[in-house]
Design a protein. Structure first.
Length: 278
């Protein structure tokens, strides 16, 4: 059975853990409030651009027997302590590839975030891994990232990410984007565009950049929300453990005190009897 000193040391350690997780929870909650407000604005702007893009540049639905070369962009996180946000995205990526593509060579997986890279890399071969992309990310840096991604020319792009539903939940979502080449076969839309190819290609690039910025905002908000919930659960567990250890400490201390009192009482009684006998 552990001694009072060992239990006391354990209580000190658990208390320190509780203070750390509580501080991390408060930081995440403060950040997620700002991120959620920014996400609302980004969502509204992105949905408007998506609506215009579908109206102006809706490609014809032509059936093709050729296998599509697909670029899958999996947007994970660089940091941990945010629940199963990365492992869940990795499982979704594997299920998508297994269900939709018979030949793995038809898929290029670009994994973003150290945690997601390690999760999906253990399941599927990845084309490239991009880490540290969340550090001080701005829209300008997002444009530079999109420029690099647009240098490759797949038949379609599929962006996988965690979409925030509420402060306590998020789901894996997907955005599909056709290739620039599909703009050559667009249907006649509501608007008449002069210089169709050049204008629509520029609009495609802008649409892609806005979609990526929305995805990055979704990932950041989901990560902070998940971390806040994880730290809340950790703080609750540490508080419960601290209470149980203190109860054990008090019982053990009371048992020791009771034992000492009994021993003293027995010793005093025996001494008194010895004196009376003498």
């Amino acid at each position: 059975m552990p001694t009072l000193k060992e239990i006391g040391a354990r209580i000190t350690a658990v208390t320190a853990i509780k203070m750390t997780t509580e501080a991390m929870k408060m930081i995440a909650q403060a950040k997620v409030t700002k991120a959620e407000q920014r996400l609302k604005e980004v969502r509204a702007f992105s949905e408007n651009i998506e609506s215009v893009f579908q109206t102006v540049a809706a490609p014809r639905s032509e059936e093709s027997t050729e296998a599509l070369k697909t670029q899958v962009l999996g947007m994970g996180t660089d940091q941990g302590l945010c629940g199963s946000i990365n492992s869940g995205l990795a499982r979704h990526t594997q299920n998508l590839v297994d269900a939709d593509y018979t030949e793995k060579d038809d898929v290029e997986i670009f994994a973003f975030g150290n945690r997601y890279i390690s999760s999906v890399g253990a399941r599927l071969p990845i084309t490239a891994g991009i880490s540290g992309y969340q550090k001080a990310l701005t829209f300008r840096e997002n444009l530079m990232l999109c420029d690099e991604l647009l240098t490759t020319i797949p038949d379609e792009r599929r962006i996988l990410f965690n979409r925030m539903v509420s402060m306590a939940s998020y789901v894996v979502d997907e955005i599909k984007l056709p290739n620039r080449a599909s703009l050559d076969n667009i249907e006649e839309g509501v608007y008449e565009v002069e210089g169709v190819n050049e204008v629509l290609e520029d609009f495609y690039d802008f649409h892609f950049a806005v979609a990526m910025w929305r995805v990055l905002s979704e990932v950041e908000t989901s990560e902070l929300s998940s971390r806040s919930m994880a730290m809340t659960n950790s703080t609750t567990a540490a508080t419960d453990m601290e209470g149980e250890l203190k109860l054990i400490y008090s019982k053990l201390r009371q048992d020791m005190i009771t034992t000492e009192i009994i021993e003293i009482s027995v010793g005093a009684t025996q001494t008194l009897k010895n004196k009376q006998t003498n």
